[in-house]
Design a protein around this ligand. Structure first.
Ligand SMILES: Cc1cc2nc3c(=O)[nH]c(=O)nc-3n(C[C@H](O)[C@H](O)[C@H](O)COP(=O)(O)OP(=O)(O)OC[C@H]3O[C@@H](n4cnc5c(N)ncnc54)[C@H](O)[C@@H]3O)c2cc1C
Length: 474
């Protein structure tokens, strides 16, 4: 491994064992690394965050049920006991298939990592379907930062409504629009409704939080389309029951600070005045997929996913494995189990290849089912041919999610916070700071060099792209 400004690869590791580089510390990356625990290889996990993130529970961080620590343990801590694994913080900017290197960058310091086997598990980001300007007013929910920003915006809207005097302004502040009626949107809308009707019911003196409008919008004609008509209808009825307005066939045409423009299925345009907009529609795979496609000739689909071989490798590159949300194979969905099973399969393939054994056969996904919560004690779940709804589905959801939270301590505190939120009306994690609410947009305005100049980062090797000493800000 070499560290910049040099850009040449550094050669071998001290152990002389094959080098497995894994990009990403999400479900795909972490489960690949763990599956290589006893393999005679040196594993390097490169992640652009220092944590592994349990994305399915982000909405609970955004609505004050869980703390971010419970769903985002430090990757370094998770892999502490795995001696053949090393964790590197940095964003991978380049993959060079011909020279078998990966370059990661953090705060102006670039590091080149040579590999013998590469696992690319960089996941997917939010897609605004070509309307990236919506992001300023309608944050998505893909990271801890996103969830904390949303928490600040949601709780902040009630605070501002308490101060407002104009009834129209109060209505705008107490209107929450969630775009996307997939599992994330359904769960988010359900929790905002519970927040307004239960948690905050008695907290304000001027406004009545139970009057808040929670709208779940989707251009498609169904709620939870991947769950089928019966469960989708059931979810829709449950949402209506807890006060969520479901508006289907409604295409978002514009978003601004004060509201959202919508075109209905009949072609009618209308506007919803709403201070808080949440984007839970559409994903776009990591841009690293494009690099892989250009260099290997693999195809990428509209969502940026790389078409992999049946063994999850790139065409002509049996040493490069792509797993999770970045890969496209047999129309498999972008869910945690696909990433976990793909990661384990890639690890097994690596072990066999390095041991000179024949490949095991194509990747087979075992569908363990899908589930989504709607509110406290209510969920829908589909396991094989069985469909569950209501309390049973909710208990199943609880058990499954608890099983997959990483680490005993996190599980324990998650259970405590669930007890607080589900048995009583309260939520334990209502802290919202100004940094959470304004940080993303402020950093975007300041530009990438701000973080380098202010971070106290690697002074020895910062690339001289700009005279940082001239930047003086408060
Ligand atoms: C809000 C939300 C709710 C969800 N709910 C469910 C659910 O209920 N059930 C379910 O099964 N699935 C759910 N999913 C989907 C599931 O989380 C994903 O399918 C799964 O995380 C994919 O795993 P992955 O490893 O491919 O990507 P991720 O888990 O996203 O991991 C990608 C990793 O790559 C890192 N990374 C990205 N780019 C770079 C780079 N350039 N350099 C270095 N590191 C990089 C990221 O920091 C991250 O660590 C949900 C997703 C979201 C966003």
């Amino acid at each position: 491994m070499t560290t910049s400004p040099a850009s040449a690869p550094a050669g071998t590791t001290t152990s002389g064992r094959p080098r497995v580089v894994i990009i990403g510390s999400g479900f795909g990356g972490l489960f690949t690394a763990k599956a290589l625990k006893r393999a005679p290889v040196d594993v390097t996990v490169i992640g652009k965050t220092s944590h592994h993130l349990f994305q399915p529970l982000l909405y609970q961080v955004a609505t004050g049920i869980l703390s971010e620590g419970e769903i985002a343990p430090a990757t370094r801590e998770v892999l502490r006991g795995q001696e053949n694994a090393r964790v590197v913080l940095g964003e991978v900017t380049d993959i060079d298939l011909a020279n078998r290197t990966v370059t990661s960058t953090i705060l102006g310091r670039s590091t080149v990592h040579p590999y013998d086997e590469l696992v690319v598990a960089a996941g997917a980001g939010q897609s605004y379907f070509g309307n990236d300007r919506f992001a300023e007013f309608a944050p998505g929910m893909k990271s801890v930062d996103d969830a904390l920003e949303l928490r600040g915006r949601i709780f902040g809207a009630f605070e501002l409504a308490e101060l407002a005097t104009d009834p129209a302004e109060i209505d705008r502040l107490l209107t929450f629009v969630v775009v996307g009626a997939g599992p994330t949107g359904v769960e988010m809308a359900g929790q905002i409704a519970e927040l307004a009707h239960r948690t905050l019911r008695r907290d304000f003196r001027t406004i009545d939080p139970t009057q808040a409008r929670v709208i779940l919008l989707d251009a498609a004609p169904a709620v939870l389309p991947s769950f089928g008509e019966k469960l989708g209808d059931r979810a829709r009825r449950q949402l209506n029951k807890i006060g969520v307005e479901v508006q289907l066939g409604a295409m978002v045409t514009d978003v601004d600070a004060d509201g959202i423009e919508v075109k209905d299925a009949d072609g009618q345009a209308r506007r919803i005045q709403a201070a808080t907009k949440i984007w839970a529609a559409g994903v776009q795979a990591s841009p690293l997929g494009k690099q892989l496609a250009e260099q290997s000739g693999a195809e990428i689909d509209r969502a940026g996913r790389v078409a992999v071989q049946p063994d999850l490798t790139l065409p002509g590159h049996p040493e490069v494995h792509v797993v999770g949300d970045m890969m496209s194979l047999d129309r498999l969905p972008g869910v945690a189990q696909v990433a976990i099973q793909g990661g384990r399969y890639a690890a097994e393939a690596i072990k066999r290849r390095l041991a000179g054994k024949a490949p095991k056969g194509p990747f087979r996904y075992f569908d363990k089912g899908s589930m989504a919560t709607i509110s406290r004690y209510s969920a829908v779940a589909e396991i094989g041919k069985l469909k569950f709804e209501g309390f049973i589905a909710w208990v199943l959801w609880l058990v499954v999610h608890l099983m997959y939270i990483v680490g005993f301590r996190s599980r324990l505190t998650a259970v405590l916070h669930w007890v607080v939120s589900f048995l009583g009306p309260n939520r334990s994690q209502r802290v919202a700071t100004q940094q959470q609410v304004y940080g993303r947009l402020a950093l975007e305005q300041l530009g990438p060099h701000f973080s380098i100049s202010k971070s106290g980062g690697p002074k020895d090797e910062v690339q001289a792209t700009e005279d940082l000493t001239r930047r003086r800000s408060a």
